[in-house]
Design a binder for this molecule. Structure first.
Ligand code: RUB
Length: 319
């Protein structure tokens, strides 16, 4: 479930705080899902709003958006989903208009985002050849969608799913694929290069795509891209275009989240003198990426910049 159930909550700030906490704790995870959860929390916030002035609503909605955006820093989808939800605030002239715009735009984002994932499955599955052996990393709704669709189209595929330490999202992926009847083999992350010779192509998801065509995704993705590149295997990224970052058009860096040491090793595993570095995502340069599979079609990494200009303008204007 990516939408937190808000029930009949009276206090709209609790809805926002609960969603932010669920994203932080990774009870809701994956770039698309957290974007939909963030947008949906903004909609619920507006729907339950009890204030009486538009100015106050603008301030409170801004604070709510900030709380949600502070939950996880890397996936620009969260920012794009939340900003899409509040995009009508400036143009509204009454409180009702402002509230209605947030309710409408958050629902629109959730719907179009889910639709994009379905479209990516269709587009991506068309590129899969009969008998392909596919490797995937972590748990990407978009990448899993492509694989499931190709399997449903009787492409006779086999899949290697990486375990993905430390959260082991690969267990979710292998369960989801097995339930869909896909022939799936779970491997530890260190086995990627050992199996790459048998793999035809790699499908991964995206947290953020930068204007230089590089990819930010689950840590380990860049090593997989290197191993694929070494053997000339196709490396494709399944991504909705709301994971394209307008911030990178104006040169802002993508922040790579670092999480706590306890996710990697407990106190009984190692003494406190052992330092632990736990980056959650990494950057794969454009030169290792064969294609971006999006809801708008297949884009070469070199064409990402142009596509971003088309979607966002120069990125300098007020969003
Ligand atoms: C998840 C991850 C996924 C992308 C894309 O990381 O890196 O590959 O978010 O997923 P985490 P999707 O588990 O830390 O959130 O295609 O579902 O948006």
């Amino acid at each position: 479930m990516y939408i937190i159930s808000h029930g009949n909550r009276e206090d709209v700030t609790d809805i926002v705080a609960e969603t932010a906490q669920a994203i932080k704790d990774m009870r809701v995870r994956g770039a698309g899902r957290i974007a939909r959860a963030g947008a949906s929390a903004m909609g619920a916030f507006a729907e339950g709003y009890k204030g009486v002035s538009i100015e106050q609503f603008r301030n409170d909605a801004g604070a709510a958006a900030k709380t949600i955006l502070a939950s996880r820093p890397t996936a620009v989808s969260l920012r794009n989903g939340v900003l899409y939800s509040v995009r009508g605030l400036d143009g509204a002239s009454t409180l009702k208009e402002a509230v209605d715009s947030v309710v409408r735009d958050s629902a629109e984002f959730v719907e179009s985002s889910s639709h994009a994932v379905e479209r990516i499955a269709e587009v991506g599955a068309q590129t899969v050849r009969d008998g392909d052996v596919i490797l995937t990393h972590c748990n990407s709704n978009a990448a899993v969608g492509v694989i499931k669709r190709a399997n449903a189209e009787k492409k006779n595929i086999k899949v290697y799913a990486t375990e993905t330490r430390p959260w082991r999202q690969g267990l979710i992926t292998s369960r989801e694929l097995a339930e869909a009847g896909v022939d799936v083999t779970l491997i530890v992350d260190g086995a990627v290069r050992s199996v790459m010779g048998k793999v035809d192509r790699v499908f991964v998801g995206a947290d953020t795509v930068a204007s230089d065509g590089s990819l930010y995704n689950k840590v380990g993705t860049s090593q997989i891209a290197l191993a694929a590149n070494e053997l000339g295997k196709e490396f494709s990224v399944c991504t909705e275009t709301y994971k394209f970052s307008p911030l990178t058009l104006r040169g802002e860096p993508v922040i790579i989240e670092e999480r706590g040491r306890e996710e990697v090793a407990s106190e009984s595993d190692v003494p406190p003198s052992v330092k632990v570095f736990n980056p959650v995502f990494d950057r794969t340069p454009a030169k290792y990426i064969s294609s971006y599979i999006t809801e708008n079609g297949i884009i070469h990494p070199g064409a990402v910049f142009g596509e971003m200009l088309r979607l966002f303008g120069t990125g300098r204007s007020k969003e």
